[in-house]
Design a protein around this ligand. Structure first.
Ligand code: NAD
Ligand code: TYD
Length: 348
């Protein structure tokens, strides 16, 4: 049995990755290490509780003793590292916690993986999950490729860029087998309702204002989270050591246009008249240092490893809206911290 350590597996993307790996690979044992911050919820993985090839460990990636013990107790052959502080607005308010988890936490994992594997790197892999935001901001033309220079502009993207550099430095300096992917904005079920799509679905449902930053002209490239998880599977198994792969949805939207689609979709599900919720759009002060446009050229991944997004945006959006509308209790419990309280009793 091959032990794979997935960090941040109780979060949005991590929970989809854990589920895909536990279900697709019965010959792997998945260890999910997650600190269960406000963004992590075991409720996201309730369906896996009794799977024999899955173990949850509550803990911080910065905890040297805990991570060292994990590597001593299990013969871990692969790491898929997703644990992070992930929200740009929070990083503007509290950059320190981003440096702690995203930079120091990543360094801790790298150091322990290197020390545990150093006698034989053969068959081992440290796979670091990152973001396209490390490349900075685009104007209306061009795309981010794997060759684009790093130019992070928010405390979040600066911390992710730093972690990417450490991962490459460990490959270059110590020969640690690594691979990195940088992905565009994800959407889908189980995303904490502070990010644009789940926040706005919830607000539309509850007739609350939709705070559009600036003029709503910023552009993001959206990818359905299960397609991201599939890309991670492909890169984990087929990616070339030392390489970077960009992952994107080939699906750019101006915020305000995306918000209009969201309103239309939610209103249709709720049986409201078309346009009924347009009045909720409220233009507010722009985010400080708001990156104008992100757009990924994912052709390397397509040409070399054969991955492409499989779900059309309209279909993905419908599935996403339906999930949030049908899971009101999840939304209420993650935002009030109820699930955290519940699982804390079990793991402390
Ligand atoms: P998330 O905020 O939903 O989940 C993060 C998870 O990490 C949570 O379960 C949290 O409890 C855990 N965590 C946080 N700090 C920890 C620590 N110190 N020790 C252990 N666990 C800790 O994030 P997400 O959106 O699922 O993003 C996952 C990864 O993907 C991140 O590395 C992020 O940078 C990257 N990414 C996200 C997006 C996106 O659109 N969400 C796009 C590209 C890349
Ligand atoms: P977000 O989901 O926070 O992701 P990111 O900042 O990592 O791209 O935001 C997506 C876009 O939506 C971004 O341009 C900021 C904008 N936005 C708003 O206009 N209002 C909001 O309340 C939020 C959360 C985001």
């Amino acid at each position: 049995m091959k032990y794979i350590l997935i960090t941040g597996g109780a979060g949005f993307i991590g929970s989809h990755v854990v589920r895909l790996f536990v279900k697709s690979y019965p010959n792997y044992h998945i260890l999910n290490l997650d600190a269960l911050t406000y963004a992590g919820n075991l409720e996201n993985l309730k369906d896996l509780e009794n799977q024999p090839n899955y173990t949850f460990i509550k803990g911080d990636i910065c905890d040297e003793a805990l991570v060292t013990n994990l590597f001593s107790n299990y013969s871990i052959e692969g790491v898929i590292h997703l644990a992070a502080e992930s929200h740009v607005d929070r990083s503007i308010l509290d950059p320190h916690s981003f440096v702690k988890t995203n930079v120091i936490g990543t360094l801790n994992l790298l150091e322990i993986a290197k020390n545990s594997w150093k006698d034989n790197f053969e068959g081992k892999l440290f796979y670091h999950i990152s973001t396209d935001e490390v490349y900075g901001s685009l104007s209306d033309e061009s795309f981010f490729t794997e060759e684009t220079s790093y130019n992070p502009k928010s405390p979040y993207s600066a911390s992710k860029a730093s972690s990417d550099h450490f991962v490459r430095a460990y490959h270059n300096t110590y020969g640690l087998p690594i691979v990195i992917s940088n992905c565009s904005n994800n959407y889908g079920s189980h995303q904490f309702p502070e990010k644009l799509i789940p926040l706005f679905i919830n607000n539309i449902k509850n007739n609350k204002e939709l705070p559009v930053y600036g003029e709503g002209n910023n552009v993001r490239d959206w990818l359905y989270v299960e397609d991201h998880a599939k890309a991670i599977d492909v890169i984990f198994h087929k990616g070339k050591l030392g390489e970077t792969y960009n992952i994107g949805g080939f699906n750019e939207w101006k915020n305000i246009d995306l918000i209009k689609v969201l309103i239309k979709t939610v209103d249709a599900f709720l049986g409201r008249e078309e346009g009924a919720s347009d009045k909720l759009i409220t233009y507010v002060k722009d985010r400080a240092g708001h990156d104008y446009r992100y757009a990924i050229d994912a052709s390397k991944l397509k040409n070399e490893l054969g991955w492409e997004p499989s779900l059309q945006f309209e279909e993905g959006m419908k599935k996403t809206v339906q999930w949030y509308l049908e899971n009101e209790e999840w939304v209420a419990n993650v935002t009030s911290g109820e699930y955290q309280k519940y699982y804390e009793q079990m793991y402390e």
